[in-house]
Design a protein around this ligand. Structure first.
Ligand code: BES
Ligand code: MN
Ligand code: ZN
Length: 493
C-alpha cells in the first residue's frame, strides 16, 4: 500500500508536485513558489491549457525546471461543493498522474485536515495493483509510486484524520485481493483461512464445514456444493466494537451477508465457455463482507456487527445436483432446483436464515453477484437495491451518493413472488427471463423473517474493465466503503 505522509507546505527540490486548485483560485503558497522557481513556467502552461481549476480538470507539465520532474494541476471546482467524493477523486487523479514517479508531493492549499485525509484515501485507493502472479514484468514497466506526501498547514491533525481512513483502505484492499485471486487458489477452504486471519484485528471468526452445515440442515447451500471436490464453508465474523471490553450491554448487531461462489460454472445447467473465467469473481459479495468487517475493525468502529459468508464452488460432476432436484433449506422451506446456475440465491437462503436464528440482527444487508439481468438493467454504474424497509433503503442510497458507490432501488411485489411458485415444492429457484433480478430478490425475501433487509445485486459493479479515479480496473470492492459509511452515519456511538 502507498506510504502516506503529511508535512508542512514546502516546495520539493526534486520529483513530482501535484497542485490541488479551486475554481478561479489565484497562485499562493507552494503553487506560487513553484511558479517563481521555474520562471513562470507553471503559469504559462496553465494559461495555455485554459486550466481554471474546474472540477475534474487536470493539466500535466513535464520537466518545468528547478529539478521538478513534473507538476500536475488538478481542479477541485467551486469551494461550495467540495463533497467527499470530489476530494477522493482529486486524490485518485493525483496518484494516477504520478504513478510512474517513485514519490510525489501534493499541495493541498487551504483544505482542512479531514479533507486532506479524504484526498489521501482517494490516492491510496487508486494506487492499488494486484501483481502477485506477474513474475516477468520489467521494473520500468511497473508503476513506481511508493510514497505520497500531502502538504498541509496542520500535518498532525491530518494524520489523525487519516488513521481511520487507512483502516478502511486496508479493508478495500483485502476485498480486491480476494476477488482478484484465481479460482484454483481461492477455493472455499482457502477463502475461509483468509477470513480466519481477521482475528488478528480483534474479530471473532468461526468456520463451519460441510459436517456442521449438514447437521444444521443447510440443504440449499449443500446442494450447490455437492458437485465440487472442494468442500464448502460458512464463515461467521463478529466485531464487537460497541459492546466489547465491557463498554455496554450487548444490543442487536447489524448484519452483512455475502454470496461467495468461488467459481460458478453453472453446474449441470452449464454456462457457455466464452467469458466463463469471469465467474472467479462470483464471490465478490463475500469479498465485500470480509473487506467491510476488516474496515470496521481497522478503524475501531463503535458498532456491533456480524458478517457471514457462504462459500461454495458450483461444479458439474457425477455428484452434482440435477435440474429437478428438490432440496430442503435450513428454514424448512423446500425448493425445486430448476436451473443449477441460479445457485447464489440457494447459498444466501441458508446463510440469511442462520444469521437471523443466531443473531436476531437489527437489520441485514446481503450482497451478491446474483443475476446477469442486473447488468442488462443498470450496466456498470449502479448496483440494484431491493428492500423491505424504506428507511434502510434511503440510508443506503444517500451513503452511496456520498462516496460514489451508487445503488438504485427496484420494486418487490407479490405479483413478482408468484413467478417462483412451484408445482412440487414451496418454491422454484428461477422465475423466468422477465424481471429476472426481481424474481431473484423475491426468492431471497422468502428467507427474511420480518427483519429490515436490503439486497444489493452487484453483478454489474463488482468488476470493472476501465480505470476510474479511485478504482483501477479489476476488482472494485464495491460495497465496502458504502456499508462502512452506512454504519458510520447511522449505527455508531
Ligand atoms: N453469478 C451469476 C450471475 C452473473 C452473471 C454475475 C454475469 C456476474 C456476471 C449467477 O449465478 C447466474 O448464473 N445467474 C443466472 C440466473 C438464471 C439462471 C436465472 C443468470 O443471470 O443468467
Ligand atoms: Mn450461476
Ligand atoms: Zn453465480
Amino acid at each position: 500500500m502507498l506510504d502516506i505522509a503529511f508535512a508542512k507546505p514546502a516546495l520539493p527540490k526534486t520529483g513530482a508536485l501535484v497542485l490541488l486548485i479551486g475554481e478561479g483560485e489565484k497562485p499562493s503558497g507552494v503553487w506560487q513558489q513553484a511558479d517563481e522557481v521555474t520562471g513562470g513556467a507553471i503559469d504559462r502552461a496553465l494559461k495555455a491549457a485554459e486550466f481554471n481549476g474546474g472540477k475534474g480538470k487536470t493539466c500535466t507539465i513535464l520537466a518545468p525546471g528547478a529539478g521538478l520532474s513534473r507538476v500536475v494541476a488538478i481542479g477541485l471546482g467551486k469551494p461550495a461543493d467540495l463533497a467527499m467524493r470530489v476530494l477522493n477523486e482529486a486524490g485518485g487523479h493525483a496518484a494516477g498522474a504520478v504513478l510512474r514517479e517513485p514519490a510525489g508531493c501534493v499541495a493541498t492549499g487551504a483544505l482542512q485536515p479531514a479533507q486532506v485525509a479524504e484526498v489521501a484515501l482517494g490516492a491510496t485507493l487508486r494506487a492499488y495493483r494486484f501483481d502477485r502472479y506477474r513474475t516477468k514484468e520489467k521494473a520500468e514497466d511497473k508503476p513506481k509510486l511508493t510514497k505520497l506526501t500531502l502538504l498541509t498547514a496542520d500535518p498532525a491533525r491530518a494524520k489523525s484524520a487519516w488513521e481511520p481512513l487507512h483502516g478502511v483502505a486496508k479493508g478495500v484492499f483485502l476485498s480486491r485481493d480476494l476477488v482478484s485471486e484465481p479460482p484454483n487458489v481461492l477455493n472455499p477452504a482457502e477463502m475461509a483461512d483468509r477470513c480466519k486471519k481477521l482475528s488478528e484485528l480483534g474479530l471473532k471468526v468461526e468456520i463451519l464445514g460441510p459436517r456442521e452445515m449438514s447437521r444444521l440442515g443447510f440443504g440449499a447451500l449443500l446442494g450447490v456444493a455437492q458437485g465440487s471436490a472442494n468442500e464448502p464453508r460458512m464463515v461467521v465474523m463478529q466485531w464487537n466494537g460497541a459492546s466489547g471490553n465491557g463498554r455496554k450491554a450487548k444490543g442487536k448487531p447489524v448484519a452483512f451477508i455475502g454470496k461467495g461462489v468461488t467459481f460458478d460454472t453453472g453446474g449441470i445447467s452449464i454456462k457457455p465457455a466464452g467469458g466463463m473465467e469471469d465467474m472467479k469473481w462470483d464471490m465478490a459479495g463475500a469479498g465485500t463482507v470480509v473487506g467491510l468487517m476488516a474496515a470496521l475493525a481497522g478503524r475501531k468502529a463503535r458498532v456491533d456487527a456480524v458478517g457471514l459468508v457462504g462459500l461454495v464452488e458450483n461444479m458439474p460432476s457425477g455428484t452434482a445436483q440435477r435440474p429437478g432436484d428438490v432440496v430442503k433449506s435450513y428454514s424448512g422451506q423446500t425448493i425445486e432446483v430448476i436451473n443449477t446456475d441460479a445457485e447464489g440465491r440457494l447459498v444466501l437462503a441458508d446463510v440469511l436464515w442462520y444469521c437471523q436464528q443466531k443473531f436476531d440482527p437489527r437489520f441485514m444487508v446481503d450482497l451478491a453477484t446474483l443475476t446477469g439481468a442486473m447488468i442488462v438493467a443498470l450496466g456498470h454504474e449502479y448496483a440494484g437495491m431491493f428492500s423491505n424497509d424504506d428507511a434502510l433503503a434511503q440510508r443506503l442510497s444517500s451513503a452511496g451518493q456520498a462516496i460514489d458507490e451508487k445503488v438504485w432501488r427496484f420494486p418487490l411485489d407479490d405479483a413478482y413472488d408468484r413467478l417462483i411458485r412451484s408445482e412440487i415444492a414451496d418454491m422454484k429457484n428461477i422465475g423466468g427471463r422477465p424481471a429476472g433480478s426481481i424474481s431473484a430478490a423475491q426468492f431471497i425475501q422468502r428467507f427474511v423473517n420480518k427483519k429490515p433487509w436490503a439486497h444489493l445485486d452487484i453483478a454489474g459493479v463488482a468488476w470493472s474493465s476501465k480505470d476510474a479515479p479511485c478504482v483501477p480496473k479489476g476488482a472494485t470492492a464495491f460495497g465496502v466503503r458504502l456499508l462502512d459509511r452506512l454504519v458510520a452515519e447511522h449505527y455508531e456511538g
